[in-house]
Design a binder for this molecule. Structure first.
Ligand code: SDX
Length: 432
């Protein structure tokens, strides 16, 4: 960090405050405003934190104008082409690509932590079969804090490591248990001899009454989608995990908070909302009607899967997923996907429309992902659960980075108060 600074002057009192400027490896510099309140008696104001750096981080870099996404410095396009999800998990957690031996050891550790305590399975009996899987998954993940009393010291790096491996390994098992509960089918136990995504597919789709053959095209497609969803800087759910974790709470509770934040349709819930929207639009001749609704200020309808708080250009992940759609759908024998045709048509029309051009609204990661999930046989209600499984490593990585930071403090934003000034209590007899 350098000693460059901005000077802020209060025009009324003339009081000057020196705001230190810290320069990054990449991206915008930041101004340290920690002394502003004590010097000038004012807060900064940034609802939604769109212009506020909440922390220092070495994990992921996003350039919204240029459409750049780097995991620990590696471009998402290169990781998507050459890596696999568990290797990306190792990279995010440890900051470097693993050696062959390191990856083998990490893979073995994840494979041998996939089972969940049998009593956790009974939690699902408390839910009706029509419970939304995100509600079940967030509830059961929070319940993990009732177990594992052997690793509760969050300031012990070994305990953090064990937590990281447990939650990354067990989330697919919990997700599969939630899905099976919605089907009224028996839970399928994980198998240690299967890869991460093959295990997940088998736990989702196998039944005791039949053999289940894993489709390598499906496993590979899932692995790539997980790489693309693994992390994304200080997004809503990751910031939620950091804020919840900053109180020193159980890391499982902090991850459960992140899952809950992800569920919203403005965030990870958009992948489910996109398919609902495409199905509601129905035919290509109705696309113009919905684009008009998305532009209408009096209509709350938004084009789901379009727009982004940071990307004001094409989300690089959406480009990769759009390009993989044709290959995966053809590989699954579903090349004539009406949903994909509808999505491509909608994108073509929207990107030519002045409103979307002027507001820099492009497809984001959620616009095409649901088309592939649906082709894999995964129901819409499970789409955001898939996002949560993939993003779990990002949440864990940021939680570990925060806990390991000696300067980390409990998060406590302030406010611009415009409620009633001080007033005295009135007995009910004196109220009108
Ligand atoms: C994810 O942060 C992350 O990194 C998130 C994520 C990750 O990996 O973690 O990338 C994952 O959450 C992707 C986003 C998924 N959400 C959606 O697809 C839902 C639809 N999108 C919008 O709700 C919206 O674009 C947001 C929430 C994503 C971004 O909202 P912003 O940055 O607050 O944008 P905004 O609401 O300020 O919109 C700017 C303008 C507004 O018009 P004006 O008030 O300026 O006239 O653009 C309009 C908005 O009305 N607008 C849209 C629109 N998105 C924004 N209009 C129509 N359709 C849309 N989708």
């Amino acid at each position: 960090m350098t000693d460059k600074h901005f000077t802020l002057t209060d025009p009324e009192s003339g009081t000057e405050t020196k705001l230190n400027r810290y320069d990054p490896t990449l991206g915008p510099s930041v101004l340290d405003i920690t002394s502003l309140y004590s010097d000038q008696g004012v807060f900064t104001y940034d609802p939604g934190f769109g212009a506020t750096a909440s922390c220092t981080s070495q994990v992921t870099y996003v350039d919204g104008e240029a459409g750049v996404l780097l995991y620990r410095g590696y471009p998402i396009e290169q990781l998507a082409e050459h890596s696999n999800y568990l290797e990306v998990c190792y990279l995010l957690l440890h900051g470097e690509l693993p050696s062959r031996e390191e990856l083998a050891e990490f893979d073995k550790s994840i494979r041998t932590h996939t089972m969940i305590n049998e009593s956790l399975l009974r939690f699902f009996n408390g839910f009706h079969n029509d419970a939304h899987p995100m509600a079940m998954v967030s509830g059961v993940v929070a319940s993990l804090s009732a177990f594992y009393h052997d690793t509760t010291d969050i300031y012990n790096p070994e305990h953090r490591d064990i937590f990281a491996h447990r939650i990354i390994a067990k989330l697919p098992t919990i997700a599969a248990a939630a899905y099976k509960h919605t089907l009224g089918q028996p839970f399928i136990y994980p198998k240690n001899d299967l890869s991460y995504c093959s295990n997940l597919l088998r736990m989702f789709f196998a039944v005791p009454a039949d053999e289940y053959e894993i489709d390598p095209v499906a496993a590979e497609a899932l692995d790539l989608l997980f790489i693309l969803h693994a992390d994304h800087e200080q997004n809503c759910s990751t910031s939620t995990v950091r804020l919840a974790g900053s109180s020193g709470t159980s890391p499982y509770s902090a991850i459960a908070a992140g899952i809950s934040a992800l569920w919203g349709p403005a965030h990870g819930g958009a992948n489910e909302a996109v398919i609902n929207m495409l199905e509601e639009i129905g035919t290509a001749d109705r696309i113009d009607e919905y684009v008009a609704r998305a532009k209408d200020k009096n209509d709350p309808f938004r084009l789901m899967g379009f727009g982004h708080r940071v990307y004001k250009s094409y989300d690089p992940r959406a480009a990769i997923i759009r390009n993989m759609c044709h290959r995966v759908l053809a590989g699954l024998g579903q090349q004539d996907s009406p949903l994909l045709e509808q999505a491509l048509k909608l994108e073509e029309i929207a990107l030519k429309d002045e409103y979307f051009i002027e507001k820099n609204l492009y497809p984001n990661v959620d616009f095409y992902s649901g088309i592939i999930y649906q082709a894999l046989g995964i129901p819409k209600s499970m789409f955001t659960v898939m996002f949560a499984i993939a993003r779990c490593v990002g949440w864990v990585t940021h939680w570990c980075e925060m806990v390991a930071d000696p300067n980390s403090r409990i998060g406590r934003p302030r406010q611009l108060y415009n409620g009633p000034a001080k007033r005295d209590y009135l007995p009910v007899s004196e109220r009108n």
